[in-house]
Every structure is written in C-alpha cells, then in structure tokens.
Design a binder for this molecule. Structure first.
Ligand SMILES: *Cc1c(COP(=O)(O)O)cnc(C)c1O
Length: 227
C-alpha cells in the first residue's frame, strides 16, 4: 500500500468513527481530497486507492492537472479564492466551486459556463467567524446571495462552505461549525433544498462532522506536508 492509500484509509476510518459518535450514517459525509501543490502523480495514487473528488486552490495549477488527468474522469472542485479574471477558467474546467462569495463572481461563472457541460455546482462561502479581511459572505448577507445564485441559469446552488480559524479544541470547533449548520438549516427552511455543507479539514473534521458537515476537505492528512 502506498502512503497516500494508507492515509486515505485512516481518513475514512476517522470519518466513520465521527459519524458513529454522532449517530450519522458513514456515507452521509463525502471526502474531497485537497491536492493543491501536489503533482498529478499524487492525484493518480489517490485515484488508484478509490478517491474520485479533488479540490484545488490555484486555478492555473489546477487547469494543468485537470488536462493531464482528463482520462481518469475525476471530479474537480475549486476551493480557492476566485478573482474576476479567473472565472472563465473555473467555469470551463471545474465541476464544483465552493468559494462563491459575491454576486458578480456568480454571474460571470454562469455566463461563462460552456453550454455542453452540466451546470456548475456551487457552494456559497460564508465567513462564519467574522474578520473583515476574510473571504466569505457575512452570514447576514447569505440569504440574498443564495437567492441571486439560485436564479442564475448555469449554476446549481448545492450548499454552504466555511473555513473557520483553527479552534483550540473540539468544543470550540463545534461552536463555530454549528453557526454554519444553523445558516444551512435556515436556508433550507426558505426552500433552497441544499444538500452540501462543506466544512472540516485535516485537523478539525471530527468537530465538523459532529456539527453536520456533509463534505470534508482534507489535504495534508492525505498527501503530507505542503511546502
Ligand atoms: C488546503 C485546504 C484544505 C485542506 O487543508 P488541510 O489542513 O491540509 O487538510 C481544505 N480547504 C481549503 C479551502 C483549503 O485551501
């Protein structure tokens, strides 16, 4: 077994364990492998171990990997900040975007999504723990952004995503993630039909799953330390 395959097995065990502790089914949480800065060879190893969904932050790096690995039919998720001048590449190459936090970016993604591809699957990034300099829409503005995204023809709104600051412990982590979960529930009461709550990384996936995460984004615990 390669190191990457063994690491993936450990993450699946952690997910299953966290689900069991909160009385959830282990298949209610999916794993996105955050492969930023790692080469196509690492993605190939993870794919050989059964991993199909990969998250990338740097658009040009991602586009290169996506074209090299097109024959594997992987699912690619954009999890990095998107500037206006990068929306076309994202719309043309990715299956999912987790980091929509402005109407303008959403509009460009919808306009630029090629007609022959399925709608782009979108999560709205929410700034759950404040901080003016952080990406993500403020929770109080999330409903309006969700309405705008849901109205765009080439986007499909699937859920919310957040990247809170590392919490000192499990309980503190749960407190922050629960805020995202509450917003997710509020939007669903408004009728959005969201099915994806993208939260939890290598160090806090247990707290995220206890708080209702449906998708964890794990990088270093699969691929190793990023340089
Ligand atoms: C890098 C990254 C991850 C994975 O982080 P790890 O701590 O390495 O698991 C998850 N989400 C986003 C948005 C990232 O940029």
């Amino acid at each position: 077994m390669t190191t990457i395959a063994a690491n993936l097995q450990r993450i699946h065990d952690r997910i299953a364990n966290a689900c069991q502790l909160s009385g959830r089914s282990p298949d209610s949480v999916s794993l996105l492998a955050a492969s930023k800065t790692f080469g196509a060879d690492a993605v190939v190893q993870a794919h050989a171990a059964g991993q199909m969904a990969f998250g990338e932050n740097y658009i040009q790096e991602a586009v290169d990997k996506i074209s090299i690995l097109a024959h594997l039919h992987l699912e690619w998720h954009c999890i990095g900040p998107i500037q206006s001048n990068k929306t076309r590449l994202v719309a043309e190459h990715f299956d999912w975007v987790h980091t929509v936090d402005r109407v303008k970016i959403a509009q460009r993604l919808s306009e630029q999504r090629p007609a022959h591809l399925a709608p782009l699957q979108v999560c709205i990034q929410v700034n759950v723990d404040g901080g003016a300099a952080k990406s993500g829409v403020a929770p109080c503005d999330a409903l309006n952004l969700a309405k705008a995204v849901a109205a765009l023809p080439r986007l499909r709104l699937r859920g919310l995503m957040c990247i809170p600051e590392p919490a000192p412990d499990f309980v503190a982590g749960c407190a922050v993630f629960s805020g995202a979960r509450a917003l997710f529930d509020t939007l669903n009461k408004e009728g959005f039909g969201l099915d994806t709550l993208s939260m939890g990384m290598s160090n806090d996936l247990e707290a995220a799953i206890a708080s209702g995460s449906t998708l964890v984004r794990v990088g270093s615990a699969i691929f190793g330390v990023r340089f």
